[in-house]
Design a binder for this molecule. Structure first.
Ligand SMILES: Cc1cc2nc3c(=O)[nH]c(=O)nc-3n(C[C@H](O)[C@H](O)[C@H](O)COP(=O)(O)OP(=O)(O)OC[C@H]3O[C@@H](n4cnc5c(N)ncnc54)[C@H](O)[C@@H]3O)c2cc1C
Length: 528
């Protein structure tokens, strides 16, 4: 996670420092940002999640997807139309330049994205999805198309992950300054002018020493915030931009009263169906995805018990190591509690973890929440509420998705593969409730109500977004409204999470805005 952001930020730096020295020297001096490559897992469970092994799946949200290869032979015309209707509308809605978007995705893909070697668990998912009607099969593609497809991965065939940090190799190291383990505390504004303008940032280094970085007094100088859906609204609030009453309560000097900062936070609910297996399953992350017309995406992961020892491994999104402890309230999820849990889990029965999960994610949740500061310490996470399923349409889609996921588990592709008998829906749901990790009290025997199941077993798929929306907090150029020299380029500006999984679009956005800014400043001389 840290790396995604890191390089997204670095892309900007690079873009401004990439030019031949005659043009580039001015650019490098008045562009500044900081990033954190913190890998700590303790209280940063949200904001500074570190390098989590689940981060993997690459799936775009491009304006006009390419048709599957040889589509003329494979698809009747009405299917082709259906595919185009299924294209991701996100880019259209945000009004980005489709041509530049289509150039920016491959710029990243060429450097870090790979075709996965499809694992048997993911093959079983592919065949089951097609069996239950999530068709056509669109093959291996990064594009967002109705039906079933295999997406990309940032792991190569040797199992090495290629993160956004590698995009730095396209930059000019002589013109980049990267501060790692540096935490921005606030943006400093000059409020003596009619319109507040950013003049720098205060940050602390890895030793806790405080510094101020001052922007050069040039028209192009700006601070670009890219600290994510939790970090960017938090940073605006800490810097005095937000609802006046909230800022005053914490004695933060008000730079700009904007009631929309921290509002409209959303997290796509994820619910998982546990699939038991009679054999050890290899660990697989997401490779296959079903894109349904009901606004639900179906994905899968497997292999939490390859061996008797594997329960001791770090299992990413489902794991205690990232602080998602089912039995401990959030405030008590200290590093010590995590360590104690890791020690205890060695005693858990190996059989209980055989198999894998079918995951369903609700696209574009209508339920929204908000973010507010708890105190003025940047190291403390703000309070975030997502209000999962507060809108009945989200709950309805979850129920529909669970019905599909249950059929997938019951399909003979899975029963044959896992060597398990077909289970009743009740049994499947009961096992899933028991395998679930969240703090919500469970209704193990109430799985007849799929609504209850959805509410009881909801967890995050880590695609949270919002809090600094276009139109209310930032302009279409992503400049913070009402002040000068601050821009935000990250998922806090999204009103929906693009595509089945957002990292492709988040990274593309870094390249896109960098190119836009550079073109605006330099025109043809930008060379991109
Ligand atoms: C466990 C997990 C698995 C995921 N798997 C996938 C996947 O397989 N496919 C996919 O498409 N998406 C995946 N995602 C989602 C994807 O990673 C996010 O949508 C994306 O990273 C959001 O990018 P961002 O730039 O908005 O924020 P982030 O990537 O969160 O970047 C924010 C950065 O800012 C830093 N920061 C915050 N505050 C400060 C501060 N005050 N000073 C300095 N630095 C600060 C943070 O440390 C972080 O590095 C996953 C997410 C998680 C957590």
């Amino acid at each position: 996670m840290a790396l995604v952001c890191a390089v997204k930020l670095l892309l900007f730096l690079w873009l401004f420092n990439f030019l031949p020295s005659s043009q580039g020297s001015f650019a490098s001096a008045h562009f500044f940002y900081l990033l954190s490559l913190s890998l700590s897992l303790s209280k940063w469970s949200f904001k500074k999640i570190g390098c989590v092994c689940m981060l993997n799946f690459w799936s775009k949200c491009n304006p006009k997807p390419a048709l599957p290869e040889n589509w003329e032979n494979r698809l009747p015309l009405f299917d082709v139309e259906a595919i185009y209707c299924g294209m991701c509308r996100f880019i259209e809605r945000v009004g980005w330049d489709a041509k530049l978007v289509n150039e920016s995705y491959p710029w990243i893909e060429k450097q870090i994205v790979h075709q996965p070697k499809l694992e048997p668990w993911q093959v079983a998912l592919r065949d089951s999805l097609l069996d239950v009607g999530i068709s056509p099969f669109n093959g291996f593609t990064y594009d967002h198309l109705y039906g079933t497809k295999v997406g990309g991965t940032i792991f190569d065939r040797f199992g090495r992950r290629h993160t956004a940090a590698e995009l730095l190799s396209s930059g000019n190291p002589r013109k980049l300054t990267v501060l790692v383990y540096a935490t921005v505390q606030r943006i400093v504004f000059d409020t003596s002018v009619t319109r507040p303008k950013a003049v720098g940032v205060i940050f602390k280094d890895e030793n806790g020493n405080q510094h101020e970085a001052v922007l050069a007094d040039k028209p192009q100088s700006e601070v670009i915030l890219s600290s994510g859906a939790i970090g960017s609204p938090q940073m605006l609030l800490l810097s005095g931009i937000g609802p006046k009453a909230d800022l005053e309560k914490l004695k933060i000097p008000v730079v700009l009263d904007n009631k929309f900062v921290g509002k409209g936070m959303a997290d796509n609910p994820m619910n998982a169906i546990f699939v038991p297996s009679n054999k050890a399953e290899k660990q697989t992350l997401i490779q296959t995805v079903g894109i349904t017309k009901m606004g639900v995406y179906i994905e899968a992961s497997s292999g939490f018990s390859q061996s008797k020892d594997s329960i001791q491994c770090h299992h990413g999104i489902m794991s205690a190591e990232i602080g998602q402890l089912s039995t401990i309230p959030p405030k008590q999820r200290t590093p010590e509690a995590v360590q104690a849990y890791i020690r205890r889990k060695r005693n858990l029965p190996h059989e209980a973890f055989k198999g894998g999960f079918i995951l369903e994610k609700i696209a574009n949740p209508i339920s929204k929440g908000d973010l507010s500061l708890v105190n003025t310490n940047v190291d403390d996470n703000p309070s975030v509420t997502f209000n999962y399923f507060s809108h009945p349409y989200d709950l309805q889609r979850c129920v529909d998705g669970i019905r599909v996921a249950t059929k997938v588990v019951q399909s003979e592709h899975f029963t044959n593969y896992t060597r398990c008998n077909k289970q009743t829906v009740e049994k499947v749901l009961n096992m899933s409730v028991e395998a679930n990790v969240n703090l919500i009290p469970k209704h193990t025997n109430d799985t007849k109500s799929l609504e209850q199941f959805c509410k009881d077993t909801v967890i995050t798929i880590w695609h949270y977004h919002g809090g600094a929306h276009v139109g209310t907090v930032v302009s279409r150029k992503h400049k913070v409204l009402g002040v000068d020299r601050v821009r935000i380029v990250d998922s806090s500006t999204f009103s929906e999470s693009p595509g089945t999984n957002p990292q492709a679009t988040v990274m593309m956005m870094g390249r896109y805005f960098g190119a836009k800014i550079l073109r605006h400043r330099l025109g043809r001389a930008a060379g991109i």
